[in-house]
Design a protein around this ligand. Structure first.
Ligand SMILES: CC(C)(COP(=O)(O)OP(=O)(O)OC[C@H]1O[C@@H](n2cnc3c(N)ncnc32)[C@H](O)[C@@H]1OP(=O)(O)O)[C@@H](O)C(=O)NCCC(=O)NCCS
Length: 162
């Protein structure tokens, strides 16, 4: 499926909420909100994100063969100039079709800032692959508290220079 990125619309948020509450996805991402099901916190977070000039947040739109548009997920760059970071999330029903890789490539074309960093639980193999396929290189590993796991786990920090 072809994808494109566009500005986040109010109507995308309920889809993101559902995607970002999928138990399998939450477990995989590990470094999530304390309570992803907290609608108030979710709404506040997205209001802040959409109003922060340093954040480039985009909806990942999938284009089906019959011309329909589907909100397949979201992707963003955030943070100050010293440590600009990427993040992305694809709805589970769309996994395994290369959409995250395409979405990250599109985001990297849109945002010229370098270096860019990506943080991922070391056991999130799919996300590690997405970053590697987009040219990110492992910088270092560190320990971090993962809300979704309720414990500290190992986190890999990837970096993209060019
Ligand atoms: C991680 C995530 C973005 C991957 O999305 P996706 O669209 O399925 O990824 P792609 O199809 O582009 O696949 C990328 C690579 O990962 C591999 N992959 C996908 N799922 C995998 C899995 N469960 N285990 C191992 N590898 C996997 C693919 O085979 C592909 O590698 P390849 O081209 O070498 O075969 C998606 O699973 C997701 O949103 N998860 C929840 C949120 C999350 O973890 N976000 C990232 C936080 S750092």
């Amino acid at each position: 499926m072809r994808i494109s990125l566009r500005e986040v619309r109010d109507g995308d948020l309920p889809v993101f909420f559902q995607q970002m509450n999928d138990a399998v996805a939450v477990e995989m991402a590990a470094f999530t909100a304390e309570d992803p099901a907290d609608r108030e916190h979710f709404a506040t977070h997205w209001r802040r994100v959409r109003n922060d000039p340093r954040v480039v947040a985009r909806t990942v739109v999938g284009h089906t063969e019959d011309g329909a548009e589907v909100v397949v997920g979201n992707a963003a760059v955030f943070g100050g100039p010293e440590e600009r970071e990427i993040t992305y999330w694809i709805g589970r029903e769309h996994w395994g079709h290369g959409l995250a890789t395409r979405a990250l490539r599109a985001l990297l074309a849109l945002v010229p800032d370098r270096p860019l960093y990506g943080r991922v639980a070391t056991d999130n193999v799919a996300s590690v692959r997405v970053m590697e396929k987009c040219g990110f290189v492992l910088s270092h590993r560190e320990k971090g508290y993962a809300n979704a796991r309720g414990t500290e786990i190992e986190e890999a920090v990837f970096r993209l220079d060019t």
